[in-house]
Design a protein around this ligand. Structure first.
Ligand SMILES: [Zn+2]
Ligand SMILES: [Zn+2]
Length: 161
């Protein structure tokens, strides 16, 4: 997946479909607890493009602000995770599993392997980072499991919907 290309994908129930035209950037597998929770899987793969390159062609995903630096877009009907957005960097990460043709995906790095599943045997030779590399996200302190900022802001009494 290099050069200008058009990628299409959608959720499990097809209520949300998307198209992305641009030059795919960073691809990664994230093993953090938040991606595990959000995906319901052992890790999550994402392929980043500039946010403006991505548009919904059918339906609109719902957005959950999972941390101060990221939004997770998902289908409100079937719950599929579609995009991992770093809005502070204007980057949209397409989830690998939502792509119509996921086979072209090859991770350029593994993130947060400190919380990778103990049984997981990573065989590729992409670099592995125990945490997120410095500078990938702005230096905001937040809980690695819940994404809440620390200390909790006084008005935060219940999870965001
Ligand atoms: Zn759906
Ligand atoms: Zn993650």
């Amino acid at each position: 997946m290099t050069g200008q290309t058009t990628l299409t994908g959608g959720c499990l129930c097809s209520a949300v479909r998307y198209e992305a035209t641009g030059t795919p950037g960073l691809t990664l597998i994230c093993h953090c607890r938040m991606c595990q929770r959000a995906s319901g899987g052992p890790f999550m793969g994402v392929l980043f493009l500039p946010s403006e390159a991505v548009r919904a062609t059918e339906g609109e995903p719902l957005i959950y602000r999972s941390s101060p630096t990221s939004n997770r877009h998902f289908c409100g009907r079937c719950g599929s995770q579609l995009f991992f957005e770093r809005h502070t960097r204007a980057l949209m990460g397409l989830t690998v599993g939502s792509l119509d043709k996921p086979d072209g995906f090859k991770p350029q790095m593994h993130l947060c392997v400190e919380s990778a599943m103990a049984w997981l045997d990573i065989r590729d030779d992409a670099p592995r980072h125990a945490k997120k590399p410095e500078g990938m996200t702005p230096p905001v302190e937040y809980d690695p499991l819940t994404g809440r900022t620390r200390p909790p802001e006084p008005h935060e009494t219940r999870p965001e919907r």
